[in-house]
Design a protein around this ligand. Sequence first.
Ligand code: BGC
Length: 414
Amino acid sequence: MILKNLPRDFIWGTATAAHQVEGNNTNSDFWHLEHTKDTTFAEPSGIACDQWNKYEEDIDIMADHSIQAYRLSVEWARIEISEGQFSQEAIDHYKKVLDYCRKKGLKTCVTFQHFTSPLWFTARGGWENQDNVDLFVRYSEKVSKELDDYMDTVCTINEANLTSCFAHSFPSYPEGGMKTIMPFVSEAAKSCGSNLENFGPFLFGHPFKIRDCMMEAHVKSFSVIKGNLNKNQPVGITLSIMDYQCIDGGEAMRDKAHAESVDICLDQVKNDDFIGIQTYTRHTYGPEGILKPNTNESTMLVMGYEYYPESLENVLRYVAPKINCPMIVTENGIGTDDDEQRISYVKTALEGLQRCIDDGLDIRGYYYWSFLDNFEWLYGYKPRFGLIEVDRETLVRKSKKSLKFYQEIIEKSS
Ligand code: BGC
């Protein structure tokens, strides 16, 4: 497959996030949640893919397969070990990682916060408490000053709108978020000296408070980060945007989902340097709310997602007229054990992207999620999104056929 007429600066990349691949993120809120009694996490993240130590190997594989950019996240919990106390060792580590990308000819796209936060932050209200926004801004200021030269693109926060999507994705989603119905979160709050009301981890807290807090943190840190970047590198946010559809009578529900989880955020970031688009599937609404995915066994994916690669085109077309800046597909991919299915998914998704390019949509890059099979949050290591398999015993990396397929697309289309 060849993509044509791409903008000259179009970039082909792959993405990961610190907690999902680095291993031993012990100072983070998620580590604490994973290790709380009766946790809902299928398993703890543990050593993950040990990318903290194996980053050179991973970057070598990317370079050897013509991948042009690596989207990774730096871990706040490692960088700001306690409030106001920054670890130069962690910062220097990330400088080495990003520098190695450079040496191997890869561009870097750096996310400052991808789901996890320091436990000390979460224990004082985390993302539910608007007073904490300035803590993120201070962290962003530090990271942007330190890593300036090493970053080609910056994403402040990953999927700041995700919890508000959850509120529209599950029937009778609890008003105060998952934490109100998951006793282990209450236990986790207590065991770090907080309480449920003042414990605000991403994913589990009040869906709209988290959205608003994160969006404010993005807006405030945007100008601080821009002020620290010497080469005027592009800065943006990434948003989770499902392809919301409806059957007759479901229009109002679909529009509400769009309004509360997508449009309200796009309005605040439409003049940024870019918007990061992240999409995996569709959701369909009927008059009573979200419908069960219309799938049979072969199209139902491991996390209950419907196989629906067409979502990428639909989402790009939905977002384009609402913003005044380019889009970058910062995540798109599929969790499956069937690598042929992954190849078909990427092919169909990219055919959609091609049609968008042909129609003049301003799209500057595509990052496949994920480079490696990694820690898929509450689901543990079962869902496999990677182009590379990771042996859970030995952590040895093994390329899948889809990696070769992706490499050929990049080589032919660049
Ligand atoms: C997240 C990733 C996650 C992926 C697949 C996205 O929402 O940014 O961290 O692994 O979806 O579920």
